[in-house]
Write a protein that binds this ligand. Structure first.
Ligand SMILES: [Zn+2]
Length: 133
C-alpha cells in the first residue's frame, strides 16, 4: 500500500538520499580511522621492516621495469586496503617496496586497470623471490 502523495514521496526520497549520504560519510570516517590506526600500529611497522629487508631495500619495479637500482621509500599493498586488501594487510608477500615516483605511477595504473596492475606486481615479487631468496 502506497499512501504517500507525490509531495511527501519527494520528501521521503530526499530524506532517504540524505540518510544515505550520512551513512556513507560515517562509514568512510570509520574506515579512515581504521586505516590510520593500522598504519600507526606496531604490527604494521614490523611488517614494513620485513618487507624492506626482503627486497634488500630496493624498489623491484625500478629494478625489473625501469632497469635501475633505486632504494624504495614506501611500502605499498598490492591489493589496496580499501578495495580488497584488508585481510592481507600484514602479509609481507602482498606488499612491495617502492620509490615515491613509482608508488604514484602504480596508483595511477591501479585506477586504470586494477587486476592487471596487481598481477604485474605479483609477477615482479615472484620473480624477485625466485632469483634472490
Ligand atoms: Zn599504495
Amino acid at each position: 500500500m502506497d499512501k504517500c502523495c507525490t509531495e511527501c514521496k519527494a520528501k521521503v526520497k530526499k530524506d532517504k538520499a540524505e540518510s544515505n549520504k550520512i551513512y556513507d560519510e560515517s562509514v568512510r570516517q570509520l574506515r579512515d580511522k581504521q586505516y590510520t590506526q593500522f598504519y600507526h600500529s606496531k604490527q604494521w611497522r614490523q611488517v614494513v621492516e620485513i618487507v624492506k629487508s626482503m627486497y634488500n631495500y630496493i624498489d623491484i619495479y625500478s629494478y625489473y621495469v625501469l632497469h635501475k637500482i633505486e632504494y624504495g621509500k614506501i611500502c605499498h599493498h598490492c591489493r589496496e586496503l580499501k578495495v580488497d586488501g584488508w585481510n592481507d594487510r600484514l602479509n609481507a608477500n602482498m606488499i612491495v617496496y617502492l620509490t615515491h615516483d613509482n608508488h604514484e605511477k602504480i596508483h595511477k595504473m591501479l585506477e586504470k586497470d586494477y587486476e592487471g596492475t596487481v598481477k604485474m606486481l605479483e609477477g615482479l615479487m615472484k620473480r624477485y623471490n625466485e632469483e634472490f631468496n
